[in-house]
Write a protein that binds this ligand. Sequence first.
Ligand SMILES: Cc1cc2nc3c(=O)[nH]c(=O)nc-3n(C[C@H](O)[C@H](O)[C@H](O)COP(=O)(O)OP(=O)(O)OC[C@H]3O[C@@H](n4cnc5c(N)ncnc54)[C@H](O)[C@@H]3O)c2cc1C
Ligand code: SF4
Length: 509
Amino acid sequence: MPKILRLILGDQLNRQHSWFRQKNDKVLYVLMEVRQETDYVNHHIQKVIGFFLAMRNFAQWLESQGHHVLYLTLDHPDNQQCLDKNLSRIIKENHIDLFEYQLPDEYRLDEQLSIFSAHSSTQVRVYDTEHFLCSREFLGEFFKGKKTYLMESFYREMRKKYDILMDGREPLTGKWNYDHDNRNKLKDPLLLKPAKTFRRDVTDLVELLRAQGVATIGDIQEENFEWPVTREEGLQVLDYFCSKLLPYFGMYQDAMFTGDAFLFHSRLSFLLNSKLLAPLEVVEKVEKYWLENQDAVDIAQVEGFIRQIIGWREYMRGVYWAKMPAYAEMNFFGHKRKLPQYFWTGDTKMNCLQHAIGQSLGKSYAHHIQRLMVTGNFMLLAGIHPDEVDAWYLGIYIDAIEWVEITNTRGMSQFADGGIVGTKPYVSSANYIDKMSDYCSGCFYNKQKKTGEKACPFNSLYWHFYHRHEDKLTKNPRIGMMYRTWAKMKDKEEILKQADYYLENIESL
Ligand SMILES: Cc1cc2nc3c(=O)[nH]c(=O)nc-3n(C[C@H](O)[C@H](O)[C@H](O)COP(=O)(O)OP(=O)(O)OC[C@H]3O[C@@H](n4cnc5c(N)ncnc54)[C@H](O)[C@@H]3O)c2cc1C
Ligand code: SF4
């Protein structure tokens, strides 16, 4: 029997993988904390700590199951801080005959390991991660020849394929989509439940990062790290979500509230993206909970949640593999502006941004609508370069891994892909933000004013965006009405002047 080295990347912590079903004394598993990964973007400190803790716990679990494990900590004397350098040394020193790895989810790692394998004198075998519902190629094949990939048709295909909320070929409740029932502002804060958190002292790890000079962003409470980092904890978060949060999930999915960062969101993205939990087990658990508790949970909440996981999440991965590497260069609007400094401090008079950014720096988390309709909306209206946008999102969130970050950022949020992911840009004035949140009432700016003193910047930038991109957007059938409204507006000049002034003074907004 040959000696086998199996690489486990930091986002491949899948205990249910077929690799681990049998013990084999000839197999050595390797996990590494490397500067290559801590430094490719400026990460939030909670993100680095979260991944390192999850990896360390996973290595311990493997050992407890009788597997052989080599774990390279960041300060290990033999650590050369780069995947291929470490692999070459380990292969040589351990007389490895066969190197095995699971398909990476990120393009850059996929390239790196392919090149390494091509040059390696050792035999190489590649495995699936056994995590996603579709192969990398499925979506590209499903939409072959189409310019726009319609998420809804992909989602329905997934529902049928995995028999989720289905009665044969038809939706179990007669309707595929309950999106229209799911757009409420939070009016009763007493409904809110505390998030399911954990308590860990991570002082040692924070010290390690400091001693090694790893540059990070954001804050951490060293004696009280709250994120779940083991499968057991992940399952507790899932149980808590079903019993406490699911009943209101869909209803308040788009709501934003200064008093609570998480509302009824599941906080499962890190657990899913690190593969501590599997998408199918999550949706099956949620479906089962609903079937057994239909008096407490209605279908709109459940369908809304399941669509995010088997719809959006799988769909984004499919778009990523169908369109990379070109996707990372797309800049449909030719936006060039630098990201204002307050994205790194939260120090702005715009209350919505202050909250969304402040919370992201404090918790390494913002929910979907904060990412899309506050920070992303502002970046798009202000014409920030998509590279700057990507670097911010990829660094700041605990769940940010390129395949799901870039498709959301360049695609859904910035429309930099010209309409592959979405059919129109997600932009709004203060109107939408005020409708869905309590931000505007505490703001320095006046949500109703487009021009003049203290006019909300979103209001003039909104029209400025449409005006400056008229040639690119006017033919879009979903936008035509906006241009008809704009044409009739009497104060166009003043609005554009106000927006120009704000853009020139963007750092002091
Ligand atoms: C600009 C922008 C950047 C984003 N970057 C990331 C990212 O780096 N990583 C990431 O996992 N998600 C990203 N998202 C999607 C979404 O915002 C997060 O998945 C969600 O906020 C995570 O919190 P939660 O687990 O509480 O989600 P919930 O609201 O409870 O949703 C449940 C799950 O559905 C999945 N999901 C929901 N929306 C999406 C979506 N649009 N794409 C893919 N999966 C989705 C996630 O796995 C999430 O855990 C981004 C969205 C936007 C608009
Ligand atoms: S008034 Fe404008 S800047 Fe202030 S919170 Fe509302 S949308 Fe944001």
